[in-house]
Design a protein around this ligand. Structure first.
Ligand code: FE2
Length: 358
């Protein structure tokens, strides 16, 4: 393979157009993000990590995913990418500053690559000490998250759990594409990503991939990008957003706190979880936002350096989790929340189809 135009070192933020920014601000606060900037027509939300923001939405006439932003480690890489796609390197006029190249991928998803953008001081946080069966790390110290019992309040006769997850950073984006081989080749050439897993159907045809940044011997997330082919009956979802995966700050309890906050709030649609994936190994919990886009809380994912070769994975590995509820047929499909129930009733369960291969 020829050298890529540039090598991203991480993902930075997702960008959407939404009709209702107020509703999204409320959702993002419950999801565990924090306001970073706001203008008359856009909102910027951040986590506790160093990304200046990890979620951006602009007020508009439509509800749509615009694209994802990534970072590189030098301006030379921006120049090479710009030359390769016929774009310009320009000063970024949004709050993160720095220099940026913008282009479109083969499905028309926006791609923004930044160098020199402002970084937040990551909030100092300690991993909680856990007492495992054979390894006790905590003595004479009580395990408490948030305000303990004060996190539970009664509203309209129902218990509500107040503590939210605390998002640290955006870790990956999942995209539904028309031609998986074209997309993977494009991302390899333009962003220098490595294949962690090829997702193969039972006949061995590639139907997707998990891709990670190539940072040499520095370990990175198992996936920064997840590409999934949408063909046949699902072709309508080609070129649509799958989900965005946000790492929480403090591991498992942070994930569970967010789950019970969202669940007892009773306002948003749950998509999938809690569970632990096979590919990437992260614990996950997926929630739909008010317009039906899926955002994931995750924690404890695998880290790989560039020495790990691509692996071929078959449906049982990407459909089944290590543990957790069965995958809903709507998973990874962006649709208005009002359509979820009828779609789930009409479509065959993915896990039933998988039974025929056993
Ligand atoms: Fe994910």
């Amino acid at each position: 393979m020829t050298d890529p135009l540039c090598k991203i070192d991480d993902i930075m933020f997702l960008r959407f157009e939404l009709k209702n920014l107020d509703g999204q601000k409320e959702y993002l606060s419950h999801f565990g993000m924090f306001p970073a900037h706001e203008t008359d027509s856009a909102i910027y939300y951040r986590g506790t990590g160093s990304q200046p923001y990890c979620y951006v939405a602009h007020k508009g006439e439509d509800n749509r995913y615009i694209g994802a932003a990534f970072t590189v480690g030098s301006e030379e890489q921006l120049n090479a990418l710009a030359a390769g796609v016929g774009a310009e390197v320009v000063d970024n006029d949004e709050p993160a500053g720095g220099r940026v190249v913008k282009c479109l991928d083969p499905d028309g998803f926006g791609i923004e690559v930044y160098f020199g953008a402002h970084q937040n001081d990551a909030e100092a946080a300690k991993a909680p000490k856990l007492n495992a069966g054979f390894e006790k790390n905590r003595v004479n110290e009580l395990q408490r998250f948030g305000r303990g019992p004060q996190e539970w309040t009664v509203k309209d006769g129902e218990w509500h759990y107040q503590l939210t997850s605390r998002v640290m950073r955006l870790g990956h984006v999942a995209l539904n594409v028309a031609d998986v081989d074209v997309s993977i080749a494009w991302y390899q050439k333009h962003l220098g990503v490595l294949i962690s897993d090829n997702l193969l159907d039972p006949e061995g045809v590639r139907v997707g991939a998990f891709l990670r940044a190539d940072c040499g011997d520095k370990p990175v997330d198992h996936h920064t990008l997840n590409i999934v082919a949408k063909a046949g009956p699902e072709a309508n979802f080609a070129g649509t957003f799958g989900h965005g995966g946000f790492e929480v700050t403090e591991s498992v309890d942070d994930l569970l706190a967010g789950h019970y906050h969202m669940k007892t709030l009773g306002k948003y649609r749950h998509e999938w979880g809690l569970g632990r994936h096979l590919l990437g190994s992260q614990m996950y919990d997926y929630w739909r936002d008010p317009t039906g886009f899926t955002l994931e809380h995750w924690t404890d994912g695998d880290l790989l350096d560039a020495s790990v070769p691509p692996k071929d994975s078959y449906p049982k590995e990407f459909i089944m989790a290590q543990y957790g509820d069965e995958i809903p047929v709507t998973f990874g499909l962006s649709m208005p929340n009002e359509q979820l129930d009828s779609f789930r009733e009409a479509a065959p369960k993915i896990t039933d189809l998988l039974k025929t291969l056993e």
